[in-house]
Design a protein around this ligand. Sequence first.
Ligand code: SAM
Ligand code: SF4
Length: 330
Amino acid sequence: MPPLVDTFGRLHDNLRISVTDRCNIRCFYCMPEDATNFQPRAEILSFEEVERFVRVAVSLGVNKIRLTGGEPLLRKDLPVLIQKILSIDGVRDLALTTNGVLLPKLAQPLFDAGLRRINVHLDTLRPERFRQITRRDDFDNVVEGIELCRSLGYGPIKINAVAVKNLVEDDIVPLARFGRERGIEVRYIEFMPLDSQGLWQRDKVLLMDDMLAMLAREICPLEPIPNQDPRAPATEFRFADGIGGVGFIASVSKPFCLNCNRIRLTADGHLRYCLFAIEEMNVKDLLRSGAGDEEIADLIRANVRAKWIGHEINTKGFVPPPRPMYAIGG
Ligand code: SAM
Ligand code: SF4
């Protein structure tokens, strides 16, 4: 099968799969407090449907997969899906992005199913600020979950921290120290216009360069890691004293679209070529109408062919996607 190359020459080998649009917390930059418009269960792809889709995608050259949501640990029997995906020949890398709230309960069964790479979302080390951001009281569970992952032998463990201006400035350095002490890379993600309430404004984004300056001033200078994979979304730095490093997903100040290698499958079975895409393609109907693998492969190819050159956050005419972050899969 020819590889998945778009009209700009970008090779696509990376698939993000959302397994649910539900969540057990309510980060204000992602979900409204009173979110209720979740997809009915029947609209959510079954594990068998996801597995079949992955097999077809892998036959087209996809080899790197990340499970996300909503909150993926809310999906019943997730370890079963992990096992199914890991058993597919050609899957080289499987990772999970989670808010960590259920890790104290699920880190062990997920590890037993074969999961090793995990990104845990944590914006602050202050329980009060955590409550302010997430509207829930689960700070201790998340920290306990991270420590449990360390003791079980997960690796790499990364922390995803959303960088919102005038809110988390005084969390940037403590989080980096927390990571340095534990061999965990903290990845700061610039606040993106993907919230469901239209709260995003450019001047609410805490920018990579400002965070870099804070870290250099208060910890020690940082140097870019040489020979980084240009297709990885994060720009990575190591501390000059040799102790650990940090990454930045600078989607607003330094878009990395020109090297994008990702496609996304939503929990309700729609294929998207970009977080910010306006259009999407319905895979679920194909999966449920008896279509053959070749038809599914054609849809994946068509989605990659339709891909734009990049998101338009930095243009005047920017239109946010019709789905908020939790309904796409971050
Ligand atoms: N619930 C899981 C979690 O929070 O990690 C997985 C899904 S969540 C949508 C995936 C990632 O998106 C989170 O790690 C969070 O850091 C990021 N995120 C959510 N809303 C965002 C926004 N408006 N801007 C930037 N990043 C955001
Ligand atoms: Fe839930 Fe993740 Fe969205 Fe927070 S960012 S509300 S944890 S899906």
